[in-house]
Design a protein around this ligand. Structure first.
Ligand code: UDP
Length: 258
């Protein structure tokens, strides 16, 4: 169990990376079936989406772990007297969890999402780096799958036949959080991580920003340069709305209804 910090209407777990890994390990090891917990990792874009996306708000309310992915969230937490210990990015939590199984124990993982073939390539790399982490299944749902209920049934069958301990879900936000929340009670696994491009990173298909850029909070800039068409508009909106969220909490202003 961890305490929570209240930021922009989100309850964020007050844990560092090691604390988050320990919590997930305790879920995997627990005797009593606690169901499939959803792990969400808010960044600036999520805080903006959460303003008016009711399904995403519901996913966040039901999440088992809410981790600050993104330096601005951690900086804002300190400015607002809600100091979070550090950034816990989803794309770093997943390999950190695998590292925890380097010496002992085994972890069964399902890779769900990313483009066709990426999951298989990630599985190959993972087998070399983490021999005790078994990829028990990979699946890339077809484009638009979320609009067809039968496609979700196919996914549930594949995952539940494979019986993973954890599911790495990479569909982008807010699709992944909404899907995980909708089906969490039907997933036969201990945890599902909503972690965007993590499967691409595991496969080496996409490179994360250089370390120095991550450290000074410029990872968003690296991502934007790699895909400006998709991301410029998103980041411009985030840069406009996020400071307002910080000021709103700082001065106790009411949320304006749309
Ligand atoms: N993706 C997918 N199915 C979809 C939409 C996206 O598998 O219907 C995958 C895409 O291939 C990529 C990831 O979702 O692997 C997107 O991750 P990213 O973190 O870039 O998404 P964001 O949350 O920033 O939009």
């Amino acid at each position: 169990m961890s305490t929570k910090k209240q930021l922009f209407g989100i309850e964020i777990d007050n844990v560092d990376m090691q604390g988050a890994v320990d919590i997930v390990r305790s879920w995997v090891d627990e005797e009593v079936d606690g169901g499939c917990r959803v792990v969400v990792t808010p960044n600036v874009d999520h805080t903006v989406l959460l303003e008016d996306n009711v399904e995403l708000q519901d996913a966040y309310r039901n999440a088992g772990l809410v981790l600050a992915d993104g330096h601005p969230i951690v900086w804002a937490s300190r400015l607002l007297g809600q100091g979070l210990p550090e950034r816990v990015a989803g794309s770093e939590l997943v390999p950190a969890l695998f590292d925890a199984y380097k010496e002992e124990g085994f972890l069964d993982v399902f890779l769900l999402g990313a483009a066709e073939g990426v999951g298989a390539r990630a599985a190959e790399k993972m087998a070399r780096q983490w021999p005790r982490v078994n990829v028990v299944g990979v699946y890339s749902p077809p484009l638009g799958f979320e609009k067809k209920p039968e496609e979700s049934e196919i996914i549930l069958n594949k995952v539940n036949d494979a019986k993973p301990d954890v599911i790495v879900l990479g569909l982008g936000a807010p699709k992944q959080e909404i899907w995980a929340n909708r089906f969490r009670q039907r997933l036969d696994a201990k945890a599902i991580f909503c972690v965007g491009a993590t499967i691409d990173f595991l496969a080496g298909e996409q490179q994360r920003a250089p370390r120095w850029m991550q450290k000074v909070g410029l990872e968003w800039f690296h991502r934007m340069c790699s895909n400006p068409k998709r991301l410029v508009k998103r980041y411009a909106k985030d840069a406009w709305v996020f400071p307002q969220l910080v000021l709103r909490q700082m001065f106790g202003w009411e949320k304006q209804s749309a």
